[in-house]
Design a protein around this ligand. Sequence first.
Ligand code: SF4
Length: 123
Amino acid sequence: MKNIKQELICIGCPMGCPLTVTMDEGQPLSVSGNTCPKGKTYAEKEVTNPTRIVTSTVKVEGGDRTFISVKTQTDIPKQKIFACMEEINRIVAKAPIASGDVLLENVAGTGVAVVATKAAGRM
Ligand code: SF4
């Protein structure tokens, strides 16, 4: 069977190394173009199980600000991002909120929580 090559840009640091992954039957055989081992790990994960941390904002009720920034506590599967955003858009957080507070458990069935990355005091 013919090997397939997939081109990626590493997002592990600002260098943005161009990576080439050689694939065989859906599995990575080799990675080239990476300047450090992080690039190989990233490429292998990206072609088999791509994940991302999702960042957004949610509405605040009764707070000294109307929105706060939030993020998923860890990365989640890329195909769950839209479902995750739909659930985040429905959150209305009640002040006071501390940075790190869990605002939603198990977003989109991923087992990952959405947490505040900013604080909001009471109005
Ligand atoms: S391969 Fe290493 S040096 Fe290159 S962008 Fe990725 S993390 Fe940075």
